[in-house]
Ligand binder design. Sequence first.
Ligand SMILES: Cc1ncc(COP(=O)(O)OP(=O)(O)O)c(N)n1
Ligand SMILES: Cc1ncsc1CCOP(=O)(O)O
Ligand SMILES: [Mg+2]
Length: 561
Amino acid sequence: MSTPRSHHPASDKAIDTQKPKPIIWTISGSDCSGGAGIAADIKTMHSLSLSLSLNLSQDNVEICTLITANTSQNSECLIAVNPVATEILDEQAKLLIKDKPPTAIKIGLLANDHQVNWLIELLARLKQQDPALITVYDPVANASVGGKFSQIDPVAIQTLLPYLDVITPNLPELEALTCLKTETQKDTEKSSGNKLEKTTEQAALQLLYQGVTTVVVKGGHSNDIGTCLDSAYSLVENCDPASKTQLNTLKVSSERINTSYSHGSGCAFASALTLLLAQGYLLRDALTLTKAFINQGLSQNVGKNRYYGAFAIGGFPTDDRYFPDVVNSYINLPKSGFPSLGLGNGIDNGLCTDSSNKSCKEKEEKLGLYPVIDSLDWLKKLLPLELNIIQLRLKDLPFDEIDRQIAQAVKLTSNTITRLFINDYWQLAIKHGAYGVHLGQEDLADADLKAIANAGLRLGISTHGCYELLLARQLKPSYLAIGAIFPTVTKDMTGQIQGIENLRHLLTLQQDIPIVAIGGINLERAKVVANTGVDSVAVVTAITRADDYRKAVRALKAICQ
Ligand SMILES: Cc1ncc(COP(=O)(O)OP(=O)(O)O)c(N)n1
Ligand SMILES: Cc1ncsc1CCOP(=O)(O)O
Ligand SMILES: [Mg+2]
């Protein structure tokens, strides 16, 4: 499965227009009432794709349909399935392969074993031709309105698993696929939450060992009436099946939305996930956005007196209230978060100890330009240019030298208006009393966040997409960085290029935390980035490789103010 977002060219306009248009096949049943199946798939993918682009006229997906069954159902009952012959499906697939080869395939209702066997052959062929093909299977077994869709032999499904990137069972479907009991057991008092979760995890593991790459378990049918937890499980690459830490788990949880208008929400879930993966979102972000999309649809029907009970398909979710909580494993979290940067709110920015120094006490409106530099030489050159913030990002130096340079940098910036952030070395930042620390996602795992907060240091955190942003937001940091906005020569950011549209979407989740944009930002791109409303623009080479760094700083400062 290819998950990284594609590299975007320089300008905003080019970013809007030059994304490859994915072709998505949906192999699913038709619901004559239009709420689920193929109809839900088409509506979901077009609606998401149209609203994904800020330029609303651009529908960035091509959808082809292979209908497996013509079902007779409405919002109250399912009375017939009527499978389509595999000869017809095969004829259609052969035609489509010629001029519309798929980027991704969303699979829904499979009506019988013949169809499963046909699909296995088809996927084997297509995956051989294009190993990047994304396949997502929603193993619909029962209709939400009651009634069984198919009597497929579980062994046939097991043979299908190696050709699937993602399978999206709800808890009853997971039980049916694995013969393991999960959280749907009514017996909640006897079994602790943890024990139940283990069983779900074990069931997911079983499917992973049978060959599917990722199992996304939808928690809608769990006994927990307060929350709804969706989890994605995949194996750590090259893991030893005997080892105990072999699972990668992502969990997103939301308050449960009580509505009976959910007909078609499973199809919408798998379709949204397929579209987002085909658009290049990483699994963690595709999962988070899909959950937000589903919450948005379910919320729209709460308390309304509608005559038909279908899930409401909206656009790309941008409203914070629909986004789930990312379940974190942070321990030792400081309760009240980290100090603010004292921007334009009358709060002392904490930089000045000399009360006679007037300029030092001034409050800025915006953080503005944020140079990230790798030496004391650069710090000395930039300090006279009166920047609100600078980061010292030292790499590949002996520890003693890093210690010495950080101590010196703190001295040089004391009693200036410049906030000095130290990258990575949080202990040395505390030791020498720096203004703040910048940490990446991996750095966070080893950092003592309480010690940083207790020492009164500010904290900036790198994020790359909505999952990490929601995760980092829980720490109440002093700022959040989003990157890389564009491809950059400074650091390998393969698969993490956000683009301007995604930056705009992410800004809707910032709450009151200042946002710093970083990665591949030069003078020309800085205008587009600043126009999104970010609080700060961080750059390395736009300054360090400029012909005239003073001129570059002046120009960038003017854009970013
Ligand atoms: C402002 C800002 N944003 C992002 C980064 C990257 O930090 P990190 O992910 O920890 O990577 P390294 O810089 O350590 O390579 C940053 N330094 N500053
Ligand atoms: C450190 C870092 N983190 C994300 S992108 C990046 C490098 C930014 O450098 P440049 O401004 O030269 O693209
Ligand atoms: Mg780091």
